[in-house]
Write a protein that binds this ligand. Structure first.
Ligand SMILES: Cc1cc2nc3c(=O)[nH]c(=O)nc-3n(C[C@H](O)[C@H](O)[C@H](O)COP(=O)(O)O)c2cc1C
Length: 402
């Protein structure tokens, strides 16, 4: 599937901060995803990184001088801002932020920004004291009022050997923020609860019962829903995945903990997507000490865990949320999914055929069949990220019919 950056005209404005080197990586990633990237540098920025670096990475000339650009007839100071689909200023110095806040247009970058008619992201990067300075804070406040989109700096060790806020964030986070500008905000105003991952039921202090869920499908849904404008709470069992940007995450271990987290959260939700693989059974008691191999004939007594989906289905009309479940089935998966849809009072069920090598647990790809009151729809075999968006398209349709 094509990247949302593909074919987009993106202007990257680089200013005079030591973090300018980091943006070479961002520019390279944007170009790899098919964006047509033009880098504009301030005079100070050219002291930190040679324009050639960005030129080689984008395949486009790097613009540094307003008058030279005009003379060569290549591009005018107005055209750049007018034609861009998105502008991102990174790193943005205190000086450049001050100029934007006050409409100063004394170089190609600040002039292009004044003439622009597209989303403009500003990623400040500076020493913590410069950032905390009242003048800088006031200027950042003005930028927000003017409609600039702020990419909040992170805390950590700075180039000047001090610790604190002011660092340029990593690309993964920035990418998410930029992508939202190209994504229809069709889930704005919705409050999602998404569950993901496996649960772990302790046998003794060292061992547990669990399953092969990696959490990838649920994390992809949480990430896509946030990008489409929803507020998302992700309740996750143990996984190796990083929390998606902009999503509130709550970690749980056991089915019982999942229940305790999901039920109260459901009262505030407009959409609940239960993609977690919650253990159906838990050991009756967990041994206090590690069970030894010489304890011959170890018998494990299991009890049922609470049926979270059943309870959510029973309470659905009372709280008014849309309820989406998942079914992981190996054979006769459509019949099994249909039964679950009715039994648990779901609005939609995503049926995973876990019999395939590249679908279901642990993989980055999936093949899902959706079932709702309209009938079955077989989604294509594709990435979990693309599958997440297709599931959310159906959620949007069901929300509009509510
Ligand atoms: C080594 C060095 C590192 C600098 N790093 C930063 C920085 O991270 N953030 C910042 O706002 N200014 C930084 N400055 C100061 C700016 O380069 C200076 O304010 C310059 O006038 C900014 O010009 P510009 O906004 O047109 O790029 C640094 C200066 C030097 C010499």
């Amino acid at each position: 599937m094509k990247s949302q950056f593909d074919g987009k005209k993106i202007v990257v404005g680089v200013t005079g901060s030591i973090a300018a080197f980091k943006v070479a990586g961002w520019v390279s990633s944007l170009a790899k995803e098919g964006a047509d990237v033009t880098v504009v540098m301030t005079e100070s920025a050219c002291r930190f990184v040679a324009p050639l670096t960005y030129g080689a990475l984008t395949g486009n000339p790097v613009l540094t001088d307003m008058f030279a650009a005009e003379e060569s007839n290549a591009i005018s100071h107005i055209q750049l801002g007018e034609e861009a689909d998105l502008i991102v200023i990174a790193p943005a110095t205190a000086n450049t932020i001050a100029k934007f806040a006050h409409g100063i247009a004394d170089d190609l970058l600040s002039t292009s920004v004044l003439a622009a008619d597209c989303p403009i992201f500003v990623a400040p990067a500076m020493n913590s004291r410069m950032l905390a300075n009242t003048a800088t804070q006031r200027n950042i406040g003005i930028l927000k009022e003017l409609g600039f989109r702020l990419i909040e700096p992170e805390s950590g060790q700075m180039a000047c050997k001090t610790e604190g806020p002011g660092r340029l964030p990593e690309w993964d986070r920035v990418r998410e923020e930029l992508l939202a500008a190209f994504t229809p905000q069709d889930l704005k105003g919705e409050t999602f609860v998404v569950t993901a991952g496996p649960t772990r039921e302790a046998l003794d202090p060292a061992r547990f019962l669990s399953n092969r869920s990696s959490g990838k499908m649920g994390y992809a849904i949480a990430c896509a829903a946030r990008r489409r404008g929803a507020e998302v709470l992700l309740i996750s069992g143990p996984t190796a995945l990083a929390a998606p940007f902009g999503v509130l995450c709550r970690e749980v271990q056991t089915a019982e903990e999942m229940y305790e987290a999901v039920i109260p959260a459901s009262h505030e939700a407009s959409v609940i997507i239960k993609s977690a693989a919650v253990s159906d059974f838990s050991p009756e008691t967990a041994a206090v000490d590690k069970v030894k191999k010489d304890d011959a004939g170890f018998v494990l007594q299991l009890r049922k865990t609470p049926d979270i989906l059943q309870e959510l289905g029973a309470e659905k009309e009372k709280y008014g949320y849309l309820l989406v479940g998942f079914a992981a089935e190996r054979c006769e998966h459509l019949e099994a999914g249909e039964k679950k849809l009715v039994k648990k009072n779901l609005d939609l069920i995503a049926i995973n055929d876990i019999g395939g090598k590249e679908t279901g647990f642990e993989t980055d790809t999936n093949q899902v069949t959706l079932l709702d009151r309209h009938g079955f729809t077989e989604l294509p075999f594709t990435s979990k990220a693309a599958t997440a968006d297709l599931i959310l398209d159906r959620v949007c349709k069901l929300l509009s019919e509510k």
